[in-house]
Design a protein. Sequence first.
Length: 573
Amino acid sequence: MNEIKHILFVPNSTEQQINATIFAKKLATIASGLGYKSQVTQSFENLNVDTTDLVIIIGQKPRQLESLQDKKFALVNLSSLQQDAEQILKNAIATAQPANEFTQKNQVQTTSDQLKFVAITACPTGVAHTFMAAEALQQGAAKHGYQIDVETQGSVGAKNILSPQAIAEADIVILATDIEVNTDRFLGKRVYRCGTGFALKQTDKAFNAAIEEAQILSSGKQSQTNDTNKEKSEKTGTYKHLLTGVSFMLPMVVAGGLLIALSFCFGIKAFEVEGSLAAALKQVGDAAFLLMVPMLSGYIAYSIADRPGLAPGLIGGVLASQLQAGFLGGIISGFLAGYFALFLAKKLKLPQSLEALKPILIIPLLGSLVVGLAMIYVIGSPVAQVFHAMEHFLNNMGTTNAILMGMILAGMMCVDLGGPINKAAYAFTVGLLTTHTYLPMAATMAGGMVPAIGMAIATWIAKSKFEQAERDAGKASFVLGLCFISEGAIPFAAKDPMRVIPSAIIGGTITGALVAFFHCELMAPHGGIFVLLIPGAISHAGWYLFSIAVGSIITGIIYAILKQKQVATQQLA
């Protein structure tokens, strides 16, 4: 390749074109000062590269490099605007290579020190995956030399809130969320969406996918992934909408269940005494329960259509409660309200002077009308019959059926440790609390505690098979398990899934069977072993603890036996 004499600078950034142009001119001025012939062109299309030795793109790699022929090519990321421009130019010249040899891998390597990310993590309960995914992203960024700021939207509200400056300087936004979050702040930025589980368990792939697949966010909503994964995106989107509703419903379930449990401390029928404290507690708890189905329905609709869907969703949820269609009716009304509001937002065309009325008047009015009438005349009655049949079956099932259901629910909690199967079982049992059916919740929570506690037990009874780091992880896993955070077992499952997952499922199903056999009932959807501190929150507390202990010990013993020693690995090292 001939010596570089003539450099062509091309700004190429869809979201920061002005900054890219200014930076290109600055680099061109520096190049002229260093003795190079320099030129800035405003368009990548129809480049005249006949007299050019080196093309430097400022911003994003263009989709097609054929027009560069065999010329040398270099890419400068806009995140380097605040750095030494002369040194950046020298690095670009030194690392330049023929365009036909440039690959996505090269792009990542040449810009890895400069990439800046911002991220949001959020899961339905806002407890475990939210913070574990945030930590994984921070560790992954440090590993690759990226810069990242992570905002967690957990059960206690948003923490480490992203500043406008951090968002403005970011090259890519990662939304590692299992529920819908507001994206208005990121309009015009490259945004990549994934679940918290993917960010936690496959962090490197998450960063690579973000770099390759992030799309410009041009409105408040963005597809889950690119067009090639549209079918998968739709399934994931529906699942995310449901979990968003469950997430907003949870505080009502927790408050209502525990307040009613507290009312029982004064006697199982003490609330019947008018004017008593027990009666007041029961009344407040019932008020929280009245809001559960409307919250579920309203925020499913909100997840789909944003604010315009909220009113029709809440109204549909209230009607579902009044028509005794329960949480099943709430789910149906939420999806109906959300998709109908979204349809109106996209398809209803109004004069510009009336557009502002769509989200605050027209869509809520028409959406509430259609959803309300559909619930009253079409949906409510048949769904109520199905709901009552299910409720009757659950409340009158025999011991054998109860044990089978307990085994299934508890086993599902152990399959993917916070993944879709785990969350499906959890969402189902939370919904059953609206029917005052409490045994499934007890089985689900107990089963979810087993994997993390079982891994801790395995590290205690087979210390020689575990490295010191694994034994330390076992201590943390034990505490997380007691808190009903099954994700505590993820470090073990990620390293040895073929042994950890079956061990956890066996222990979990045994725990679920025992919980059902002893007919333990739990009125709180979260809290782990600490809900036992609330009088009346769980029935047969001693047997409940026994069930959890048995399943956890069995899981620990099985994995301790199956676990391979680390000696051979250490000797090879």
